[in-house]
Design a protein. Structure first.
Length: 223
């Protein structure tokens, strides 16, 4: 029997199908209807992989839109799923850093993936995937380009002080007006996010390997 996990996030929806030792996944934008995208993504991945709903033994829903999935067997919080998932993929991990579309989390877990403590920033979009989307649009880029370009910093490092999306956007526009190249500006954005996450990590403590996942993992090498 198959096990299916559906994560309906604020920006993207992810579906994973486990069939013994085979794992398949699908990622697509969430859009305006969490219920519809969750259902469509579920059937899409089954059809793509050659499975039928009758072969599915259990479905777990999580994420921002998890309550919009009436066909799942169980609904679990993102934080619990992060802990178990990190332990499954990286058994030695003791800390999970998750940069979501609209919030960021630092989660301490034990050897079995159970959550011991966590800190979450959900007050604003600062340092999240949405933050990077806005900054990419301001720079006239696709968000997928930020990682590669951020490694090409040529000038002396510049600083972006504000983590508020609105004020940081103004700082980016100001840097470009001063002639600062895009690569250096992107690198400054990466550093500002890293500082914010480092402060959260310092509050909760770290004593082992870290699992880094989420939106900013796309640009992890640049930070």
């Amino acid at each position: 029997m198959l096990a299916v996990g559906i994560d309906v996030g604020s920006i993207s929806t992810k579906v994973v199908v486990l069939a013994n030792d085979k794992m398949s996944y699908l990622i697509r934008p969430t859009g305006w209807s969490p219920r519809e995208v969750g259902k469509e993504s579920y059937y899409e991945i089954l059809e793509r992989e050659g499975y039928t709903p009758d072969q599915v033994g259990y479905i777990v829903g999580t994420g921002y839109g998890r309550i919009s999935l009436p066909f799942v067997n169980k609904v679990v919080t993102e934080i619990t799923c992060h802990g178990r998932g990190a332990s499954f993929l990286l058994p030695q991990a003791h800390l999970v850093i998750d940069i979501g579309g609209q919030d960021s989390k630092v989660i301490k877990i034990d050897q079995k993936g159970k959550v011991q403590n966590f800190i979450m920033n959900d007050k604003c979009a600062a340092g999240t995937g949405r933050f990077l989307q806005v900054m990419a649009a301001t720079l006239g880029l696709d968000v997928s380009e930020l990682g590669e370009l951020g490694r090409d910093e040529e000038q002396n490092p510049v600083v972006i002080n504000s983590m508020c999306t609105v004020f940081a956007e103004s700082e980016v526009i100001g840097l470009l007006a001063q002639g600062v190249d895009k690569a250096s500006t992107i690198a400054a954005l990466h550093r500002s996010i890293a500082r914010r996450i480092a402060a959260m990590v310092n509050r909760i403590g770290v004593n082992g390997p870290v699992c880094f996942r989420g939106f900013d993992a796309l640009v992890a090498e640049a930070t």
